[in-house]
Design a protein around this ligand. Structure first.
Ligand code: CP3
Length: 374
C-alpha cells in the first residue's frame, strides 16, 4: 500500500456509516466531463482512452471539479471508463467523437471462436489495468485528503450489453438474443466479468480508492425476473467477494455503492444486496425510497441520488424546487441521516457549470435549513 495523505473531509464516509449530519455529502456522476470548459482544454486532441491511460491527464481531469467546486463537493471519482474491462479482456474499444463507444468486433455468438477464446484466456487485471491504479495513486497524492476518491467498474450485465452490441443501442437486439437464446453461455460470461470486476475493484482499493461504485447503467432494459436472473446475482457476487478479496490482500474494507439505473422495480432487492449505498435515478420518489430503505431488516442502507440531470437545463427556480423535494423526501424526519446527494445519472453536456454550482449551494442551504428547523 503506498503511503497516501490522510482524509480531511470524511463527510461521505460518515454518511455511509449512518452518522447524523448537518448536510448530506455531495458529488455527481460524470462530474469530470464535457460540460466543463477546462475538460476540453486539458483533453485537447487526445483520444478519450489515451486520457484514461495517462495517469497525469486522468488525475488532472479528476481534480477539475474538485478545484472548481472547492468546499461544495465531497468526493472525487477517478477519470476512467467502464469499458476498460473489455479492453483488458483483449477486445478493441474506440470512443468515437459524438457517437460514443464502438467495438469493431463485438461477440457474435457462443459458438463463434472469439467467445471461446475469450472465456479460455487468463486475464492479468493487475498488469492490463496498471495505468488505472497509477492514476488512482497519483490522484490521491494530488487530492491531499481534500475529499475521498471513488473507484468504479461497470456491472457485468451492462458490460455484456456493450460487448455483444458493439456500442450503444436502443433495441438491445444482441443482448436479448444472448440472454434468452444462450442463457448458459451468457451466465458464464457474466460470471467471468464478475470475477474480473472484483479483482479490478480490489486493486483500485489497493492503489488508494476509498469507496467503490458499480454502474449497472442498462438495468432498465431487463424485466424484474430477468434482472433477478442475470443482473442481481452478479451484483451480489461482487458485493460478497470484494470484502473477501480485500481481506486476503490484507487491506481494509471500503464502502460499496450499487447504481442500477432504471431498476426501480428492484429497490428492495438492491437495498438487500450487500452494498452499503444504493444509488437511485429519478424514477424513484425520494420519500418512497427513503421509506423502503428504512424498512430494511438489517438496518438502513444509505441512499444516493437522485435529481433528474435534465433539471439543470431548467434554471435556478427549477433547481431549487427539485432540491427542496429531495431534502424533504430523503430527510423526511429531519434526522439528517442516510443520504448522499447526487444526480440520478451523470451530468450531461451543455449544462452550465454555474447552474451545477447553484445545485450544490442549494443542497447546502436547504438541508441546513431543514436540520435547524428540527
Ligand atoms: C455506460 C458508461 C460508460 N462509461 C461509464 C458508464 C456508466 C455510467 C453511465 O451510465 O453513464 C462510466 C464513466 N465514464 C466516465 C466516468 C468518469 C468519472 C466521472 O463520473 O466523472 C465514469 C464513471 C468518463 C466518460 N466517459 C465518456 C465521456 C465523454 C468522452 C468525451 O466525449 O470526451 C466521459 C467524460 C464516454 C462514454 N463512456 C460510455 C459511454 C456510453 C460514453 C459516451 C456517451 C457520453 O459521452 O456521455 C460508457
Amino acid at each position: 500500500m503506498p503511503d497516501l495523505p490522510a482524509l480531511k473531509n470524511d463527510l461521505l464516509l460518515r454518511a455511509v456509516r449512518g452518522d447524523q449530519l448537518d448536510r448530506p455529502p455531495i458529488w455527481v456522476m460524470r462530474q469530470a466531463g464535457r460540460y466543463l470548459p477546462e475538460y476540453h482544454e486539458a483533453k485537447g486532441n487526445h483520444d478519450f482512452f489515451a486520457c484514461c491511460r495517462s495517469p497525469e491527464i486522468a488525475s488532472t481531469l479528476t481534480l477539475q471539479p474538485i478545484d472548481r467546486y472547492a468546499g461544495l463537493i465531497d468526493a472525487a471519482i477517478i477519470f476512467s471508463d467502464i469499458l476498460v474491462i473489455p479492453q483488458a479482456m483483449g477486445m478493441t474499444v474506440q470512443m468515437l467523437d459524438g457517437k460514443g463507444p464502438h467495438f469493431p468486433r463485438p461477440l457474435k455468438s457462443p459458438t463463434d471462436g472469439q467467445y471461446e477464446e475469450l472465456m479460455a484466456r487468463q486475464i492479468d487485471v493487475a498488469l492490463e489495468l496498471s495505468y488505472v491504479y497509477e492514476a488512482i495513486t497519483l490522484t490521491r497524492q494530488k487530492l491531499d485528503g481534500r475529499v475521498p476518491l471513488f473507484g468504479f467498474c461497470g456491472a457485468p450485465w451492462t458490460l455484456l450489453c456493450y460487448m455483444v452490441e458493439g456500442g450503444g443501442t436502443k433495441l438491445f437486439k444482441e443482448s436479448k438474443t444472448w440472454i434468452y437464446k444462450y442463457p448458459d453461455a451468457s451466465k458464464k460470461l457474466l460470471r467471468k466479468l464478475s470475477e474480473l470486476c472484483t479483482t479490478y475493484l480490489a486493486l483500485q482499493v489497493k492503489a488508494g480508492a476509498q469507496i467503490v461504485q458499480v454502474f449497472d447503467s442498462w438495468a432498465a432494459e431487463l424485466s424484474p425476473s430477468a434482472f433477478k436472473e442475470f443482473a442481481l446475482p452478479e451484483l451480489r457476487y461482487i458485493s460478497s467477494h470484494l470484502p473477501v478479496t480485500l481481506r486476503k490482500m490484507d487491506l481494509d474494507l471500503v464502502p460499496m455503492v450499487v447504481f442500477a439505473k432504471g431498476a426501480w422495480y428492484a429497490l428492495e432487492e438492491l437495498c438487500d444486496s450487500g452494498y452499503q449505498v444504493v444509488g437511485l435515478d429519478w424514477l424513484q420518489d425520494p420519500a418512497e425510497a427513503a421509506k423502503a430503505a428504512k424498512a430494511m431488516p438489517e438496518g438502513r442502507v444509505c441512499l444516493q441520488g437522485n435529481m433528474d440531470p435534465g433539471v439543470l437545463y431548467g434554471g435556478r427556480e427549477a433547481i431549487s424546487k427539485a432540491v427542496a423535494e429531495m431534502v424533504e423526501g430523503f430527510w423526511a424526519d429531519g434526522e439528517g441521516r442516510g443520504w448522499i446527494a447526487n444526480l440520478g445519472h451523470g451530468v450531461t453536456p451543455f449544462v452550465n457549470p454555474d447552474d451545477l454550482k447553484f445545485f450544490f449551494e442549494e443542497i447546502h442551504r436547504l438541508s441546513k435549513d431543514k436540520r435547524s428547523s428540527k
